[in-house]
Write a protein that binds this ligand. Structure first.
Ligand code: RIB
Ligand code: CA
Length: 309
């Protein structure tokens, strides 16, 4: 069965891998890509989405630029991880795909309102676009089949000890989304840190001598160097395709259902996904929180899809 999805992203090296997976996997019907300010400015994340789709000849998917800053807070980016362009490393040709004229939030609303409630949203950046769409047009909420998002952490964050980048960047947007009442799968750092792009992964991609696979390998090599410099990681955790993989094969993720709240006021803890693992807060569970990934199946899915370009 093909899953209809909209990928809302901030490319971003790992977002680019998520685009390649979503656009070519046989079980995914990628309806649109919407971009948001996150890893870099929305101008840069949008340009990067156009460049990835041009290079990979993904021409059937509208790409629409979304919000240029969080709902309330100033924009913050991650040049230490993704570089000044947001996708430093490989040389990528100028895009030859036109940007859709609609605003990303308007495209989300249009596609959801015109759907029969079978679209899954896959946010892999800050949740600004999703929250803005819900506020602008509340009628879309019951039309969302499900949300599979990369973001948050059960424990340690990556921007502060308490918070992961996507949630920390726009906690007010995350609070709106986590409170929306629709089925949410949260793919946190505990899962994505298992999705390490080791030398074996990049070697499998390069061995094919195919342009898109070699491009993906180049992205992962840069991403790995950034993660080593900043966090001392031995390889790059490729966060965002995990949220797509969880739709393709829900059994690839082991998860528990629990209540997740978003901290928006803590001095040290703003942006934290407060995961009620032991059911102590007395609130209805609202999220399926991943905690383990079938790593071999994940990489076979990602690599085989990228080799299909
Ligand atoms: O914390 C990791 C997340 O933040 C990933 O989605 C990465 O692309 C950045 O958006
Ligand atoms: Ca991202």
């Amino acid at each position: 069965m093909k899953h209809k999805i909209i990928l809302d992203c901030d490319p971003g090296h790992d977002d680019a891998i998520a685009i390649l997976l979503a656009a070519h996997h046989p079980d995914i019907d990628l309806l649109a890509i919407t971009t948001v300010a996150g890893n870099q400015s929305v101008e840069k994340t949008t340009r990067n989405a156009l460049k990835v789709c041009s290079l990979a000849n993904i021409r059937h998917v509208p790409i629409a630029k979304g919000m240029d800053r969080p709902l309330l807070r100033p924009a913050r980016h991650a040049p230490d991880i993704h570089g000044e362009s947001g996708m430093d490393g490989p040389h990528i040709p100028e895009p030859d795909i036109e940007l859709d004229s609609r605003h990303g939030v308007d495209l989300l609303i249009e596609l959801l309102l015109n759907s029969n409630g079978d679209i899954t949203l896959v946010p892999t950046g800050p949740l600004t676009n999703i929250a803005a769409a819900m506020r602008r047009e509340p009628a879309i909420v019951p039309k969302i089949a499900a949300i599979s998002l990369m973001g948050g952490a059960i424990g340690l964050g990556n921007v502060t000890p308490a918070a992961e980048f996507n949630i920390h960047t726009d906690p007010e947007a995350a609070e709106i989304v986590f409170d929306c009442g629709r089925p949410i799968t949260m793919v946190p750092l505990e899962v994505t840190h298992q999705a390490l792009a080791t030398g074996e992964v990049t070697a499998r991609l390069r061995a094919a001598h195919r342009p898109v696979a070699s491009f993906a390998a180049d992205l992962l090599v840069f991403f790995a160097s950034a993660y080593h410099n900043v966090f001392g990681f031995p390889a790059a955790p490729v966060h965002d395709p995990c949220a797509v993989a969880a739709i393709i094969d829900p059994t690839i993720l082991r998860a528990h259902t629990m209540h997740v709240a978003i901290e928006t006021t803590g001095h040290w803890t703003t942006g934290r996904t407060v995961c009620d693992v032991y059911g102590k807060v007395g609130k209805q569970p609202n999220t399926r929180v991943g905690y383990a990934l079938d790593v071999n199946r994940f990489w076979d899915m990602v690599i085989n899809t990228i080799l299909s370009y």
